[in-house]
Write a protein that binds this ligand. Sequence first.
Ligand code: IMP
Length: 180
Amino acid sequence: MSRPYVIDQMISAKSIAARIEALARDIHDAFDGTDKLVVVGLLRGSFVFIADLVRELDLPVEVDFIEASSYGDGMESSREVRILKDLRGTIEGRDVLIVEDIVDTGHTLSHVTDYLRSRHPARLKTIALLDKPARREVDFRADWTGFEIPDAFVVGYGIDFAQRNRNLPYIGQVRFTDDA
Ligand code: IMP
């Protein structure tokens, strides 16, 4: 049975848009002169972020997706990461940017980064919209982070709780209303 909850806004749509503009400038500088940047979104949580990010990037861009196992329908991260859907294109000798929604324990992004690095891209960088450093279990830091947030369960802007709330335009914190 699902517990009742409300969602408190944590980061507004306007703040997200402003941060993405700044991040896109940094990414542009880092990959300036690239003949093609393959922007790899981690499904499914990054789909809104990647859509907004690529539209701010004035670079030759190709978009691809990869899916790794994560929370299932719960709130606990699985430590064993499996690739459920692989890239369609080749990244050997290409510039690659991996786009993730949240770095939590760090297992998912560190695993996917190692996995794609083994295909010998030219340059490989990572970006996460959100980072929860307090939850980290492996030594991993994305090259760019949108916002550092506290240890809270968040939804919206592509991020779900049991597949719901991905369509909220802002980032909100889940607060259970049956808490004592
Ligand atoms: P990690 O492997 O523990 O770093 O987890 C990364 C994945 O867990 C993210 O891509 C999200 O899909 C999911 N996740 C982590 N924190 C949250 C959260 O607060 N809300 C929803 N999903 C989350």
